[in-house]
Design a protein around this ligand. Structure first.
Ligand SMILES: NC(=O)c1ccc[n+]([C@@H]2O[C@H](COP(=O)([O-])OP(=O)(O)OC[C@H]3O[C@@H](n4cnc5c(N)ncnc54)[C@H](OP(=O)(O)O)[C@@H]3O)[C@@H](O)[C@H]2O)c1
Length: 315
């Protein structure tokens, strides 16, 4: 079968022939229609426990070989298989039926990415009218988080990142009330000015210096939720900046499958109403190397690839 294959740790994928998975107890064979890519996949090429060569793991939507049922599956394909191939094999508890009115791209983006946004935002218990900052707002989680924060009652929603054109898009789309371009002469002053008296909640998708700068723009009682480390994993924290505030690190991937499935089903409802709108970057399986390079350089969009013509797209 055709697949996007990673041959060694850190290598870019190449499209070629890969052996087909065969039936296995407790796992489901799936003909893939649409595959997704996220930051965790490009990082996954370096993770311990991945054997090479392997297919890009990804997440996706396809049809169960046994009965043709349309299903979503997360990044846990049985090794060495994955979403970026014509066929994959996935543990049965990770295979979830997709409602007819949900298109492939929505089913995928409400998976790993939206789960990574909704769990920390709910743990932050946003109160009506509070000021919320999203650090790394231009990426997939960021775009989703801005919309969820508003839905949970935030009064002012501010997005921060480095790319000015990508930040401007957030404002054009009306999903951020204000934006802050990080990396300027005084990020702390810029964040304070945008905060209207201080942030109550910070959803931190990047860590590093942006996290440290944001702490100085928070109010007492602020909840800071860190879920990603793209701007650096080690920080020199002045404890005084954290006094009377809480900092939590939140991971969602290790939750039991039934929990993640219930969260995904709730997110599909929220995607219907009030609606969650994302920017996408569309590729084909043959363009896996380009999609991979785009993910590494920061696409400001959710990357998805057409694997078969059966994929479901709505206007
Ligand atoms: N903990 C969990 O359960 C969980 C679940 C899912 C995802 N995650 C993590 O969440 C993070 C975000 O995922 P994603 O898919 O949204 O990634 P993404 O699409 O790459 O977006 C990250 C955004 O952060 C901004 N950024 C990167 N480096 C920055 C820096 N040094 N300073 C300021 N902004 C920076 C980038 O925007 P600019 O280019 O505009 O700066 C980028 O758009 C990733 O680290 C991912 O692994 C965690």
């Amino acid at each position: 079968m055709k697949a996007a294959i990673i041959t060694e740790r850190g290598a870019a994928p190449q499209v070629g022939e890969f052996r087909e998975p065969t039936a296995q107890d407790g796992a489901v064979l799936i003909d893939v229609d649409t595959a997704g890519l996220g930051g965790w996949d490009t990082l996954g090429a370096y993770r311990l426990g991945v054997s090479f060569p392997c297919v890009i793991r990804g997440e996706g939507v396809g049809r169960r070989v046994a009965d043709g049922q349309r299903v979503y599956f997360g990044e846990r394909s049985v090794q060495p298989f994955g979403a970026w191939a014509e066929r994959t094999l996935v543990p049965a508890e990770e295979v979830w039926e997709v409602p007819d009115d949900v298109d492939d791209r929505t089913a995928i983006s409400m998976g790993i990415a939206a789960t990574g946004a909704i769990v920390p935002l709910e743990q932050a218990h946003i109160q009506k009218g509070e000021n919320v900052l999203v650090l790394g707002a231009t990426g997939t989680l960021g775009q989703i988080a801005l919309q969820l924060a508003r839905h949970f009652g935030a009064g002012r929603v501010v997005g921060a990142a480095r790319s000015q054109p990508a930040l401007a898009r957030l404002q054009e789309r009306g999903i951020a009330d204000a934006v802050v371009q990080l990396g300027g002469p005084d990020d702390v002053a810029a964040l304070k000015e945008a905060s209207n008296g201080g942030f109550d909640v910070v959803l931190d998708l990047v860590c590093g210096q942006p996290l440290l700068s944001s702490l100085k723009a928070t109010r007492w009682g602020a909840r800071i939720m860190t879920v990603g480390t793209g701007a650096g994993r080690q920080i020199q924290l002045d404890m005084a900046d954290l006094l009377f505030r809480t900092l939590s690190t939140v991971g969602t991937g290790q939750r039991p499958p039934a929990d993640r499935r219930a969260i995904w089903e709730r997110l599909l409802e929220l995607a219907r109403s009030p609606g969650i709108v994302l920017e996408y970057a569309d590729y084909t399986l043959d363009q896996a190397a380009q999609a991979w390079a785009a993910q590494l350089s920061g696409p400001h969009a959710k990357i998805v690839a057409t694997v078969s013509p059966h994929g479901r797209r709505f206007a």
